[in-house]
Design a protein around this ligand. Structure first.
Ligand code: ATP
Length: 445
């Protein structure tokens, strides 16, 4: 983890937020390379979810919704984690983490923690529940009537737009609504870098179905998540495992829940959840809002609440998974290097362009010309004329740039350049005329 945190800061992927003021625990900013990689992850997900399906519709809901939404969803009463407090430092800890178990049952936790001390070696309080929703007030008066919540998950905006999407898109079951957006959780102990944060981003899709379809649809979305991670993000299958929630872990309304665990630097932990939420959400929003959210079958006129299969993954956790899976330290020809073996489609920069020397005007002019052509073709192309060529390659390896193009004196004579491959470190000559095609082919993998 230390290696990854250090690379992220050194090379502009992730910074502690408000770092010059000492930072705020649980908040991070993406730097120039981080935002590119994150945008690539998000568009890979959006393409696979929304563009590749003809019955999944995207939305972008507001962060602040009507407070009653969170009453209906159960978050006001139950979006809690069990917490204990260090009697001396008053630091707070997740009781289940301290006990090393997956339960949130206070009695069980209390028994398990009876003789336990805090990580600082002090006595701890009895476990109690802590609501993780962040609050704010709408308008100038800060009273209970004006209280609102920053959404703790994106799904809320999807349920309350079920009718709007169904009617505006003339959608028929089964159909899904997908969304990417920020969510806020006042985590008791944010930790493990961007794994557990207080301001997070989620990619969620709620798939509305006839209840009879629940088992096969559940399997379909489990498989989707696994294949997406392996095929679209290039994550090694050996880094992934399934974790099925038992009854203690599962929300009371959920009929089934499977997480994909990724082998994070701190150990195997949840990356992506697939849940069968039954008709819990629509029936509760109908009850609290007083609106009819039932689906009326075109044939036969049956009225029922659709079931929901939910697919939910955090952007930050996906970033950490991709970075840690791609991060490689290796020896090549007796030299050690750090290389991010990112899938080319995810790499922040696709190509680096280097003139062999930076004080030869003819070289610079040809290299600039090639740089301009590549930039208009591939967008994210970086110019690097600093230090010796070996150093430049190492720098690009570290940020996962799939190809480096070097322009040397021979280029001026024979109109060829060198393409150097990040993963194999092999260098090949290529004609300037054929350069774009060769790179396009290489970037396809
Ligand atoms: P955990 O058990 O790790 O707290 P959760 O079961 O509460 O997670 P969900 O409510 O199912 O998580 O949220 C869906 C996804 O959002 C998770 O699979 C994870 O990728 C991401 N996520 C949830 N909480 C956080 C957080 N505090 N920081 C970063 N990502 C998060």
């Amino acid at each position: 983890m230390e290696d990854i945190v250090s690379l992220c800061k050194r090379r502009g992927f992730v910074f502690q937020s408000s770092e010059i003021y000492g930072g705020v625990a649980g908040f991070y900013d993406y730097g120039p390379l981080g935002v590119e990689l994150v945008n690539n992850l998000k568009s890979a997900w959006w393409d696979a979810m929304v563009k590749d399906h003809d019955n999944i519709y995207g939305i972008d809901g507001a962060i602040i919704q009507h407070p009653l939404l969170w009453e209906a969803s159960g978050h006001v009463a139950g979006f809690t984690d069990p917490m204990v407090e260090d009697a001396v430092t008053h630091k707070r800890y997740r009781a289940d983490h301290l006990a090393g178990v997956d339960t949130t049952d206070l009695k069980e936790l209390s028994d398990l923690l009876r003789d336990k001390k805090s990580p600082d070696g002090n006595p701890i309080s009895e476990p109690r529940y802590f609501n993780m929703m962040m609050q704010t007030w709408i308008g100038p008066v800060q009273d209970d009537a004006a209280r609102a919540y920053l959404r703790p998950e994106t799904a809320g905006a999807i349920y309350v737009n079920f009718l709007n999407v169904k009617d505006s898109m003339r959608a028929k079951l089964p159909f899904g609504i997908a969304q990417i957006g920020k969510a806020f959780r006042n985590e008791i102990s944010p930790r493990d870098f961007i794994f557990r944060v207080r301001e997070l981003e989620q990619m969620e899709m709620q798939y509305f179905i006839r209840p009879q379809m629940q088992d096969e649809t559940y399997e379909q979305w489990r498989e989707f998540a696994w294949k997406f991670l392996v095929d679209k993000l290039g994550i090694k299958e050996s880094s992934l495992t399934w974790h099925e929630h038992d009854e203690n872990e599962r929300a009371h309304y959920a009929k089934a829940a499977h997480d994909i665990y990724f082998n994070f630097p701190q150990g195997p932990k949840e990356l992506w959840g697939t849940h069968n939420r039954t008709d819990y959400d629509l029936s509760n929003h109908a009850r609290v809002s007083g609106k009819d959210l039932m689906y009326v079958d075109e044939v036969g006129g049956d009225r029922f609440y659709p079931y929901v299969i939910e697919s939910s993954v955090g952007v930050g956790r996906m970033l950490l998974a991709v970075l840690s899976d791609a991060y490689t330290k290796e020896e090549i020809n007796g030299e050690s290097r750090i290389v991010l073996k990112l899938k080319p489609s995810l790499a922040p920069y696709k190509v680096a362009v280097s003139p062999l020397l930076k004080n030869k005007p003819e070289l610079i002019s040809l290299a600039k010309d090639i740089y301009g052509q590549l930039k208009s073709e591939f967008g994210m192309v970086i110019w690097d004329d600093n230090g010796n060529i070996g150093k430049r390659y190492r720098r690009q390896d570290e940020i996962g740039t799939p190809f480096c193009v070097t322009i040397d004196f021979a280029s001026l004579e024979d109109k060829t350049v060198t393409i150097r491959n990040r993963d194999t470190t092999k260098q090949e000559r290529c004609s300037i005329d054929g350069l774009i095609d060769a790179l396009r082919e290489g970037l396809k993998q």
